[in-house]
Design a protein around this ligand. Structure first.
Ligand code: HEC
Ligand code: HEC
Length: 327
């Protein structure tokens, strides 16, 4: 006869095995659901020339969209004078992550974005529009509220993305530079991210700008943003943001940080990017919660492997190893 404690251990093993197998991420299933039945052409990554923005109502909106991307905190941040305009919950800008006003390759650029929507969104398990996507970042990366669909600001973001996507056919194109460059998926399947090593990487390559406590360097005055943005704390992205996920963060960091790194000329190795991403997002580094995060990714078959919610997913989803949870 088994003792109670043996039974409990067995039960815990069984239930953790259940959690793990039920949430195995299947990239083929995601590809199947995302398929629009459109054959995408291969195209070159091109940043349109700003001097070609027309001097008319449309051009003015495009320019405002760019300005909002660069100086978000000045117009819709938590410190703006007009309380009705406080939509973002932190003082970041869209450009904090979408570098060079959303034009830098492999920093989730807005080049081609307008051509990609509507699209299947696994986080909501529904077809989302570009408006929904912008408000996704508003509520998560910017830790704020959605912009009203009819607001000038929403229209400006959409117009700017539309202008940056010119020449790319509806349905999108295969392009070097879109989205993020992935770090080695074999390595992350075999290894758990090493937070202690991540701290060493942070001290050597990140601390000089982002600060000893990840606090960044805030500019003087209200609604004036940061010279170097915070990486954690109350003025950072929340736990529902893509950057809170270890693989997304590592993919971003490898091709973009320390500032000046590119996909072609990275500064960190894949392993260093993975470790420092885990260091940055570890539990002891506080950041805002996202209300009802538990409702994200309602379908396990397409749930992003690096989404971890205590009590819902097994702990490997937080910092790996991902071998058992990616098919
Ligand atoms: C803390 C980082 C961060 C900030 C700040 C941020 N985003 Fe994002 N955004 C991301 C990440 C990560 C993705 C997903 C990239 C990927 O997986 O390809 C993304 C994706 C997007 C996409 C989809 C792009 C595409 O081509 O499919 C849009 C649109 C977007 N963000 C708009 C915005 C806007 C507008 C703002 C400012 C109001 C903003 N984001 C602020 C991190 C951020
Ligand atoms: C020379 C200064 C500098 C260094 C060093 C640096 N960063 Fe950054 N980092 C920036 C700036 C500036 C931005 C925002 C980009 C912008 O606004 O144009 C940024 C943005 C980010 C972001 C975007 C999201 C956010 O939360 O603000 C992350 C994540 C990040 N850095 C991580 C790192 C990591 C990890 C390292 C070390 C490997 C690092 N950075 C090193 C200057 C730096």
């Amino acid at each position: 006869m088994k003792s109670i404690s043996q039974k409990m251990v067995l039960g815990a093993i069984l239930s953790s095995a259940l959690i793990t197998s039920a949430s195995a991420f299947d990239p083929k299933e995601l590809a199947k659901r995302s398929d629009k039945g459109i054959k995408k052409p291969v195209m070159e990554y091109k940043i349109p020339d700003e001097s070609t923005i027309p001097n008319n109502q449309f051009g003015d909106l495009v320019k405002y969209g760019k300005e909002l991307t660069v100086h978000t905190y000045k117009y819709i941040g938590p410190e703006v004078k007009d309380e009705n305009m406080r939509f973002a919950g932190n003082n970041l800008s869209c450009q904090t992550c979408h570098l060079d006003a959303g034009t830098k390759a492999y920093s989730a650029p807005f080049i081609g974005t307008a051509a990609e929507f509507p699209q299947y969104r696994p986080r909501e398990d529904t077809i989302g529009t570009i408006t929904d996507r912008i408000n996704g970042c508003m509520q998560r990366s910017m830790n704020g509220k959605p912009l009203p669909v009819q607001s000038k600001e929403m229209k400006a973001f959409e117009a700017y993305m539309h202008w940056l996507s010119q020449g790319i056919p509806v349905g999108g194109a295969k392009m070097e530079g879109r989205s993020l460059a992935k770090i080695d998926r074999k390595m992350i399947k075999q290894n758990k991210a090493d937070i202690a090593n991540g701290q060493k990487v942070y001290e050597m390559h990140c601390l000089s700008c982002h600060g000893a406590n990840g606090e960044g360097l805030k500019n003087e005055g209200l609604a004036n943003g940061y010279t170097f943005p915070p990486l954690w704390g109350s003025d950072s992205y929340n736990k529902g943001a893509g950057m809170y996920r270890v693989l997304k963060a590592a993919d971003f960091i490898k091709s973009n940080m320390p500032l000046g790194a590119t996909k072609e000329n990275p500064i960190l190795t894949d392993k260093e990017a993975y470790d420092v991403a885990a260091f940055m997002n570890q539990d002891s580094h506080e950041r805002p919660e996202k209300a009802n995060r538990i409702a994200d990714f309602p379908d396990d078959a397409v749930k992003a492997p690096d989404v971890y919610r205590p009590g819902k997913e097994s702990i490997e989803h937080q910092f790996g190893p991902f071998g058992k949870i990616i098919k």
